[in-house]
Design a protein around this ligand. Structure first.
Ligand code: NZQ
Ligand code: ZN
Length: 392
């Protein structure tokens, strides 16, 4: 059945090469004191940092900086950002980077408005409410997570080996600058991981037996075809604007809330992956690439096969005149080829240095002590079995 839903995505997007001159005006709507946040230095190497500083100067804004936000961002960065906001009376945040920088900045925005410790937002025993948050604007430099157009952020705590995502409407960016040429410098590896992440965001929604909106299914199929088509182009030709533009806009639409209209189910591969990156600090998209085909294999049976047929025929171009189970198995094989051969990502957990030491603990945490109520409900033993399938 088609469930009721609310569509509300109030993020203003400036898309394209020649949009940065709007930055100063947009920031000034929220104040004059800016905290600029970024990662390990790619924005300095690409020249984007200098272009942003020029805009801030010309707009007469005062700015402070939090550099060094790490991939799989740590709660320590959120704490430090919140401290800077309080010390300098920051009005507005400007995140420049990929999902890690934008996610951390969203939670800095919330942590700056409370005396609580930042981890209180994530500690399952506390889950402090988000009552207020500073406005966040961002300049995206890596197409992957969709953080530029969603209200979620994922934060890691190396002390507890936890990685938790949480959403709150107050964290939605006010404005996102999406210039595909800012992603020309993204490595082949991160481009591939980004493609895998975007595909997973769609697959988590698309593989759903309770989704009857044909319009949304065909939209998702178009997004997946776009990502499968353009990720290898961007890997081969990093400065191909058409490829980077298609991937950038696909990343935003894969997770901005549009495609899951009416859906009532939890995601499956993301909770499993967050346990991998929490303990082993691997790239999120890589973990998803390894897990997803195994999860597909594990969930395939007579009750779910029709979804695989739809995916195989409409997205991967498999001949529909075959037995459904044959189409389903070919779909999984062909999808694996996309991830591991065309995108060039590692195929197994041992290849990325992960053994089975922590599988039981990771599986228990992934299902939060209960059941993951996704495409097929998964208990701890199911998740553990899926991790084991990733060993070879
Ligand atoms: O730190 P810098 O120097 O900028 O380098 C980064 C980093 O090393 C580099 N990079 C980014 N833009 C670049 C670039 N290098 C060259 N040129 C550029 N233009 O890429 C590396 C990875 O960056 P990161 O931000 O970590 O990648 P991504 O965007 O994939 O973000 C991953 C994080 O987002 C979370 C993930 O769990 C992970 O922590 N997610 C956030 C979601 C959300 N907000 O909704 C959903 C996702 O499912 C995901 O969980
Ligand atoms: Zn993801």
């Amino acid at each position: 059945m088609i469930h009721d839903f609310i569509y509300d995505i109030p993020v203003k997007v400036y898309f394209g090469r020649d949009q940065l001159h709007h930055l100063g005006g947009e920031l000034k709507k929220y104040g004059t004191r800016v905290l600029m946040t970024y990662g390990g230095g790619s924005i300095k190497r690409s020249g984007l940092y200098d272009r942003v500083v020029k805009e801030l100067r010309e707009a007469g804004l005062e700015w402070f900086e939090l550099p060094g936000i790490e991939p799989n961002p740590r709660v320590a960065s959120v704490r430090e950002g919140a401290r800077l906001c309080k010390e300098h009376g920051i009005d507005v945040l400007l995140a420049i980077g990929g999902g890690s920088t934008i996610d951390a900045t969203k939670w800095i925005a919330a942590a700056a408005c409370t005396d609580r410790d930042a981890w209180d937002f994530f500690d399952p025993a506390i889950l402090a409410p988000v009552e207020k948050a500073l406005p966040v604007l961002d300049i995206l430099t890596l197409s992957a997570t969709g953080s530029e157009m969603d209200c979620g952020g994922v934060i890691s705590n190396p002390d507890t080996k936890d990685k938790y995502g949480r959403m709150d409407p107050l964290l939605l960016p006010k404005v996102s600058f999406l210039d595909p040429s800012n992603t020309f410098s993204v490595s082949a590896y991160q481009t591939a991981c980004g493609g895998a992440d975007m595909l997973s965001h769609i697959i988590e929604v698309y593989f759903n037996m309770d989704q009857d909106l044909y319009m949304l299914d065909t939209f998702m199929e178009g997004l997946m075809k776009t990502i499968i088509k353009y990720t290898p182009v961007a890997i081969r030709e990093p400065d191909n604007y058409e490829a980077r533009a298609n991937l950038m806009w696909a990343s935003s639409w894969a997770i901005n809330g549009f495609i899951d209209g009416g859906k009532r189910q939890a995601w499956s591969c993301h909770p499993m992956e967050h346990e991998l990156s929490a303990i082993y600090d691997i790239t999120h998209g890589l973990g998803l690439a390894i897990l997803t085909p195994r999860w597909m294999t594990y969930c395939l049976d007579e009750t779910t096969v029709s979804k695989y047929v739809q995916f195989g025929v409409n997205v991967l171009g498999i001949d529909p005149d075959q037995a459904p189970m044959d189409i389903a198995r070919q779909a999984i094989d062909r999808f694996s080829t996309v991830l591991f051969d065309t995108f060039g990502l590692s195929r197994t957990l041992p290849e990325v240095g992960i053994d089975d030491t922590h599988f039981a603990v990771m599986a228990r945490k992934a299902v939060a002590g209960g059941v993951l109520p996704g495409f097929k409900p998964l208990r701890q033993e199911d998740v553990e079995a899926i991790y084991r399938m990733c060993m070879a």
